[in-house]
Design a protein around this ligand. Sequence first.
Ligand SMILES: O=P(O)(O)OC[C@H]1O[C@H](O)[C@H](O)[C@@H](O)[C@@H]1O
Length: 542
Amino acid sequence: MAEYRFDEHELHGQLVIQARKMSDNSTHLKNLIADESRLASFSVNGGGLFFDYSRQRMDKAGMQLLFELAEASGARNRFARMAAGEKVNITENRAVLHMAARSFADVPIMLDGRDARAELMAVLDKIRTFTNAVHSGEVNGSDGQKFKHVVVVGIGGSYLGTEFVARALEAFADRDIQLDFLANVDIHNFGAIWTRIDPQRTLWIIISKSYTTAETMANEDLIRRYMIDCGLDPAKHIVTVTSKGSPGDQGGGREIAAFHMFDFIGGRYSVTSAVGGVPLSLYLGYDRFERFLKGAEMMDRHAINAPAEQNLPLIAALLTVWNTSFLGYPQGAIIPYASPLSKLAPHVQQLNMESNGKSVDATGRFLAEPAGTVIFGEPGTNAQHSFFQLAHQGKPFPVEFIGVLNPQYRMDEGCCKGVGHQQELWANLLAQATALAMGRENDDPAKYFSGNRPSSILVIEDLEPESVGRLLAFYEAKTVYEAFIWGINPFDQFGVELGKVTAGTLRKAMAVHNDNPADNFSGLDPINRRYLQMLSSGKLID
Ligand SMILES: O=P(O)(O)OC[C@H]1O[C@H](O)[C@H](O)[C@@H](O)[C@@H]1O
């Protein structure tokens, strides 16, 4: 079989023609959605979610072409091989087994002669035991009292997913533990946390797959020094999560407990491993973390087994590829109508943009056009009052709305204009999707709405731990499916390296200057030299 190449495939050419057809006025969304059967044909229910793509700029013939493209790309097959432990991360020769971290069916996943699933389940057991011991007070702070503050020290994939889930399930956080995140090397981040915690009752979880990340290492160093200054033994306040064999995987003495993650789970896919498992179990209780995992597992099964025409993450991925590569929208927004999902967009931003922001395909050949989509988002209705002017009348961008049927809080809402808060929220969600699609004629150009602006609605029944797990797994699977359709490897991230190396050069110049203030950053280029001169003097210089 000939190698699949996204932009050289004959279906690519057919989809380019289809995209021209969809720019014709007769295919304006206001005409497409006038069809009574539109929702039935362009929606799907599965994996515990409902996905409505009736307001996407797409017709049945176009969807057929997209399904053929999915077939030609071998995406479902590759996804299943990934789940079975094949080394689909080809540039790094690694398996990709984040789904094994929540695979409760007792089926081994053999990898280089060992059962990867069994290793992950053993870590899960250790998390359960440890977190129960913290909650009972058996493992406690320096003053013998229970830990009250937990601070996650990690950045990127070692932080964003956990923050998303912690915020989403904050309503369940009844373990009397406050959770903070120390990600940035910016001293404001540490300063703000240090001033509000009681160091004696604080547990720091250092999370780094590589245990070489500059920000995390600098923060760990600072925390240890601050604890020693307060007369505390850091080893009694630190827990680590790192990959087997990393520089932080030393064992014994330097921490209360150490948990492993593995090289077959990428940082941005690691929320369901010990990376999320340790802090989320401490914050929410182990049982809730397990319920979250089971929700994710349900969506995984759907993503692996559902036929293409019923497969939510695959359909959502096809539509993103369609919008990005054929209709030419370089960006997309995620707008959840639920405040607990306020950190979903930042998480998906990393998950998706770091995975799919690539210029080469999996065969190492440059793509005709780089892959990936710019992702941003805020909860609705807040987003409506900030950037939706542009969504309606400025540069268009596709929107993924998320609606929740049953909120976490059941309050006596009373009635305002005859409806409760939850109804008011939904009225706004549906209104935005409708207005974006329909537009409105007006003789005054300033008040004219072109419409024909695409959106989807993803519906979840509630925000219980299982549902949040499904949502997480949906976005993971969608990201991977997009990559497989584009024909790229979503599991490496060489693009983040150059900046890190360049920071090293600047760091070195600063260290030389610290040792010898007479050195005026001589080795640097004139632009960067000027900045470092301003920084060391604390004054603006012309
Ligand atoms: O977990 P760590 O090894 O500390 O890595 C933290 C993060 O930093 C890197 O720069 C990568 O871009 C991310 O993918 C990763 O999640």
